[in-house]
Design a protein around this ligand. Structure first.
Ligand SMILES: Nc1ncnc2c1ncn2[C@@H]1O[C@H](COP(=O)(O)OP(=O)(O)O)[C@@H](O)[C@H]1O
Ligand SMILES: [Mg+2]
Length: 238
């Protein structure tokens, strides 16, 4: 199986401090990979540098067999490398519908956009019921679903999700995990899930990378990582 994403030797510095050091991550085409780590480990920086939202100090990004290290964020989005960012970044005063359509800004295929809108309504029926509601007035879980749906409106080949569990109740987190798997299963979209919530990460992905203070300390199948001593110590108190 070929990799849809290959991050090689990614290093990101903010001034003199190293946020991410020599990180290597592969996402196989059609796979679900998770990147876990505690607060400040460098998870968001890894995603943001991959998308070109923060500058890389060193490293290369290959997407769908193409070197995109120097491509702009909007070029990456057009190629199908799409991020649902940490904290959702919705437009709170715009309607659910407007937020969704803004996800398709880089597209011109009207038919495809309409089909993906239908897909989002099937996946998240609540969004169809709330089309005219202002995004900012919805519950946290509904806003996260809108953030994921908006990213889907860009027609991603790889959907990167930055901590979708943030601030949500366990039952809602469970629901989000199920929807992410459904996207992967029904559309074949590859997924890179960044999470601090290991239950969501392990329940959703099949392969896992672990970041600690900017460095990868463990990787393997979810089963392997569940039983990894370093990870157990960090997350389950040994
Ligand atoms: N724009 C920035 N400027 C300076 N330091 C930053 C910036 N963004 C992140 N950092 C630092 O980089 C490190 C990793 O942060 P981040 O990638 O947000 O971690 P995580 O997403 O795993 O919580 C932290 O020490 C954080 O303070
Ligand atoms: Mg983060």
């Amino acid at each position: 199986m070929s990799n849809i994403l290959e991050i090689r030797d990614l290093t990101v510095m903010f001034g003199k401090s190293i946020a991410v050091h020599d990180v290597n991550i592969n996402v196989p085409e059609g796979g679900i990979v998770t990147l876990i780590g505690s607060n400040g480990a460098g998870k968001s920086t890894t995603l943001n540098a991959t998308l070109g939202i923060v500058p890389m100090t060193r490293g290369t990004i290959s997407f769908n067999g193409e070197d995109v290290t120097h491509a702009s964020t909007s070029e990456k989005v057009r190629k199908g490398l799409v991020l649902a960012p940490e904290g959702r970044h919705l437009f709170p005063y715009l309607s659910v519908y407007k937020n969704l359509i803004l996800g398709a800004t880089q597209r011109k295929d009207k038919e495809g956009i309409q089909q993906d809108l239908e897909f989002c309504f099937e996946l998240f029926p609540i969004l169809k019921d709330r089309l005219k509601q202002k995004a900012g007035t919805m519950s946290g879980g509904q806003q996260q679903m809108l953030a994921i749906a908006r990213a889907m409106m860009a027609n991603p080949k790889l959907l990167c999700l930055d901590e979708p569990s943030l601030g949500l109740a366990p039952a809602v987190i469970e629901d989000i995990g199920e929807k992410v798997r459904e996207i992967n299963r029904t559309k074949g979209t590859s997924i890179l899930l960044v999470e601090q919530n290991v239950h969501l990460a392990f329940g959703t992905a099949s392969y896992c990378y672990t970041l600690q203070v900017g460095e990868l300390v463990a990787e393997g199948t979810v089963e392997e990582i569940r039983n990894n001593d370093v990870v157990k110590k960090a997350y389950f108190g040994g």
